[in-house]
Every structure is written in C-alpha cells, then in structure tokens.
Ligand binder design. Sequence first.
Ligand code: SLL
Length: 302
Amino acid sequence: MADRVRVRGVTIHRPIIYGNTATVLSPAERELSRDHTHRWTVAVRSAPSAPDSDIVGGADDLGYFIKRVTFKLHDTYPNPTRNIDKPPFEVSETGWGEFEIQIRITYVAESGEKATTLYHHLKLHPWSITFPLPNAPAVPVEPEIPSPENAAKLGPVHSWQYDEIVFTDPFQNFLNLLTSHPPMPLPKTSLNKKPVPFHSSNPASLEASLKGGVPEFTSAMEKDEADRLEEAKGKIIKEQEKWRIVLMEKEKELERLQKLLIIEGVILPNVRISVSTRKATVLRTSVPGRPSETTAISSVGG
Ligand code: SLL
C-alpha cells in the first residue's frame, strides 16, 4: 500500500524525441504504389542515439514506463488509429502528403499518470529556407517541393523534436521503477560529427543538415539553444530601445505639427474663430523669421 503514496515535492523526467524520417520512393516503387511518393517512419524514442546507429534517438528502451503509443494518421490511411503496445513505438508507411499526426503516450498502469498528447507535422519534403534570414531577401532560396530525383539526392528528411516527460509527485513504486532505469545521458557533442536536427529557429542548423548525415541530439544543443535565446533577448531589448526613441521623436513631431495646425487655423473649421486661434496668433508672432505667416493667421483669426 505504501507504494501508492505520492512522493510530494519530487519531479522526475525522461528525455524523449518524437518526429519522423522520410525517404523518396525509388521510381520502381513509385510505379507500384499508386500515387505514393515517400516512405516514412513516425516514432517516439529515447533522446540519445545508440552508438554507430543510423537511427535518430532510441538508445534506451522506453517500454518500462510507456505502455502504449497511439499514432493517429490522416483519414486517407486505412485504420488511421495505430496502437503500438511495445517498443519500438513507431509506425512506418508510404504516402504522398504531409499531415499532422496526433501522438498519444499512455503510461504503465502502476504510474497512475494521465496520458500525454503530442502533435507532429509529418515532414516529407526537404527543409528549405522559406523564412527571412538575417541580411537575406525574404524569398525561398529553393523550391519548397523538389522533384523526386533531386529530393532523393538530398537524402532522408529528418524532423525531430526533443522533449522531456516530467512526472510530478510520482507514486513511490513508479519513482522506484523510473530510478531503476536511468536514461543514458546525451553525449556532450556529436560523436560522429552528425549535424544537429534542423530547426527554423536556428538557420545554422539547416546548413549543417544539408551536408547530410543522421542528426543526433547532444547536451551541447541545450547550451546552444540557451545562448541563442540570450542573444535574441539582447537583440529585442536593443530594438525596443531603438523604437522607443523613434516613438518619442515622432510624438514630439506630432505635438509640433498639431501646434502648427492650430497656428495655421486649419485644425477644425469651428476652431478658426475660437480663442485657441487667437492664442495661436500670439504664439506665432513670437516665432522669429516667419512674418508672412503671422499676417495670414491674423486674418483668419480676425
Ligand atoms: C495534403 N492535407 O493534402 C494533406 C493530406 C494526406 C496524405 C495528406 C495517404 C496515402 C494513401 C496519404 O498519403 N495521405 O492513400 O494510402 O497534403
């Protein structure tokens, strides 16, 4: 019974990745499989990759705490809800289009934890720069969907997201289960010089990923991401300061022009004969070097 006691104040997490790889079907395969153009695998895996493996992530078996992963595919697939009850938690298919996949992770019964739902946009087509890079024109550098021949040359497409499943106040027995399966730590840096998984927030990673190779998650990525966030924050503060000054100048300018309008007597037809116009006349006569305007104002005001 003591096992069913929650350990208050404790959080414990497990790093995972979820996402997909995709490759272009060969011309012969494309002949055979109707309109299908790609073979893809969507998966939930442990974050570190096994040494010398071409598989992204998956060094640890997650079956000790995950009971089932349900992948909800597009309705154009037969039996779109795919339940996977043992590792590897993945679905491989062929198809022609990208779509959103709902991924539902159910934990082992003794965890007493509610299921987690994640979403992944199945990516078939190579990453391209379709967003503005600093100092670059905001136009696509390459077509969004290359020909199958060109896509094949670029190699497999990878789209993976790192995440951490956090358990708060876990049951004692579940905590024991988790601590008896420590996750393999991420390597500090990429062991086989594999490029980091591409993310649009980090254009440099696109360049790296275009060199080919299998991406691998490393703990250095976390630091890099933190550095990028810090740098972005600094840029935003600078921009804010710049625009604050511009705003202040514009407000001063507005005030000046408003005064001028009053002086010119054109601010509102009914203002022309109002007291403010007379006041403006007084004001304007004190402005040196513009005597002709003073005359004009006087005649309006009068
Ligand atoms: C699109 N909104 O139009 C998306 C839908 C659906 C992709 C993509 C099914 C393959 C099959 C398949 O590839 N669906 O017919 O078995 O791009």
